[in-house]
Design a protein around this ligand. Structure first.
Ligand code: SF4
Length: 230
């Protein structure tokens, strides 16, 4: 398959590649236009906007539809030209359109509330932990800088944000909390924060920092552990 016109980026990103289902019978999706021109078969996916010309094997596979998946169909499936026989493409397009309309509506709206996970690691081993088995990853310095940039560019004109620190145990990566708060402070952002924490790492020094740098406040969520310290 050779691409003549690339798919629209925002749709391709939203829809992604279609997962292949072996032992499944495929047919053409309804939203494809086919043109036969000088011995070549061109397909235009009107949802993604992509236009492709097929190689001979792919053209033969398309001529023989519906048929069970075989490796020649790999790209045709991945790029949403072929779908399983029972597939509801109308519903799929309705869902894509709904998501895009929502994204468009929210585009200009400032984001003033954030939940940030500096780490998924934890210093406790609660038997009831709902995160058991979750991969332990900690935010890098580079990612924390990207978080600061994102908040600064999306918080709107009033430059006020509320952050909830979540994890894992957020204080296990308190250097990232320090970094993000310092970055927001230096950018003139007015911020307050709450935290879901087991509190083990709080001592006098951390309490002072929580008050003066993190601007930590008691959580209003009754389900969450309160660490006021301020
Ligand atoms: S403190 Fe929270 S994250 Fe850590 S083990 Fe206990 S329940 Fe899990």
């Amino acid at each position: 398959m050779k691409t003549i016109v690339e798919p629209k980026q925002h749709i391709a990103k939203l829809w992604g590649k279609q997962r292949i289902e072996e032992d499944t019978s495929y047919r053409l999706i309804k939203y494809v236009l086919r043109v036969d021109h000088e011995g070549e078969v061109l397909l235009h996916n009107v949802v993604t906007g992509q236009l492709v010309v097929l190689d001979q094997e792919e053209a033969k596979a398309v001529d023989e539809l519906p048929q069970n998946y075989n490796p020649v169909m790999e790209q045709l499936v991945a790029e949403h030209y072929l779908v399983p026989e029972g597939y509801d493409e109308h519903q799929q397009v309705v869902s894509l359109r709904t998501i895009m309309l929502k994204l468009e509506a929210n585009k200009e709206r400032p984001i003033n509330s954030y939940t940030i996970l500096p780490t998924t690691a934890c210093n406790a081993r609660c038997y009831y932990c709902f995160e058991q088995g979750v991969k332990r990853v900690t935010m890098t310095e580079e990612t924390a800088n990207q978080v600061i940039d994102y908040i600064v560019s999306h918080c709107g004109e009033n430059r006020r944000v509320a952050i909830e620190w979540f994890g894992g145990e957020p204080t296990v990566a308190m250097n990232r909390i320090d970094q993000i708060c310092a970055g927001l402070h230096n950018s003139g952002i007015n911020y307050i924060s709450t935290m879901v924490t087991n509190g083990y790492l709080f001592d006098e020094e951390v309490v002072k920092k929580a008050k003066n740098l993190w601007h930590l406040r008691p959580s209003t969520n009754p389900c969450f552990t309160l660490v006021a310290g301020v």
